[in-house]
Ligand binder design. Sequence first.
Ligand code: T3D
Length: 264
Amino acid sequence: MPEFGTLLLEWRGDVAVLTLDRPESLNAINQAMHAELKQAFDAIEARSELRGLIVTGAGRGFCAGQDLSERKPLPEGHKYDLSLSIEENYIPLITRLTNLGCPTIALVNGVAAGAGASLAVATDMIVATKSARFILAFSKIGLGPDAAISFHLPQRIGSARAKAMMMTAAPIDAATAKDWGLIWEIVPDEGAADEVARLCKWLNSAPTAALRAVRSLVDASGANDLQAQMALEAQTQKALGYTEDYTEGVSGFLEKRAAKFVGR
Ligand code: T3D
């Protein structure tokens, strides 16, 4: 298991728990964290049995986005080319997260701002603590949205709310985020660790291939027409029908006992 300075990566069974660990800056992503995120994803993707990923933050924040102390104004006549960092860091990060062969969950334990909010919204499911806030802070520093938030957010909450969130950078609290369908569940502030344990237990005993199919189907539905989507559902059920978990799930039902899924 690699040792990191800006992250913690631990395994709970076959579930990876990735904790952003720069609490003094609300887990803002600096160059060191970008590099370690790449190594962490190398380790996660290399795992032979992978049944889930939970991303969370240390301290009172989830992630405050790009570390702005690395974007101090340059001498006269010089400017940053921000596309370099986005292409080098954020696009690979979001691509790897959304392509992972297991369900992904963000446990948003505090403020999620800028690309930190983008990271959370790119997961399959968000659970947030009561005092969590989502702030699309980009416009506050004269930037537009990035790290795929302009793709994911309108899908989650509709374009009117997404545009207003991105234009105003107004903080959205957990209750409003739940009301808008951005997050699945709210847990007490002091309950984040228990929630990670509960989610790990669920993911370690879930039919992983079936959950992965949910993401693939829902993601494909935006581009498919009805017939194409139903055809994809049929092909997906064909593949799932061959899994050990389907045989076990039906056996469990018929024998009136809880199914013991192995994730295959
Ligand atoms: O550049 C590129 O590569 C392009 C890609 C850009 C992607 C982006 O993410 S752009 C958006 C960057 N993020 C922000 O603009 C958010 C900046 N932070 C804030 O607006 C506020 O900190 C929060 C609303 C998130 C939280 O406010 P609050 O009052 O709860 O906490 P605070 O006091 O502002 O922050 C606590 C500490 O964290 C503070 O340090 P200090 O004063 O105690 O030494 C603060 O400076 C630090 N911090 C917070 N966010 C960042 C940060 N340090 C560096 N970078 C940050 N993004």
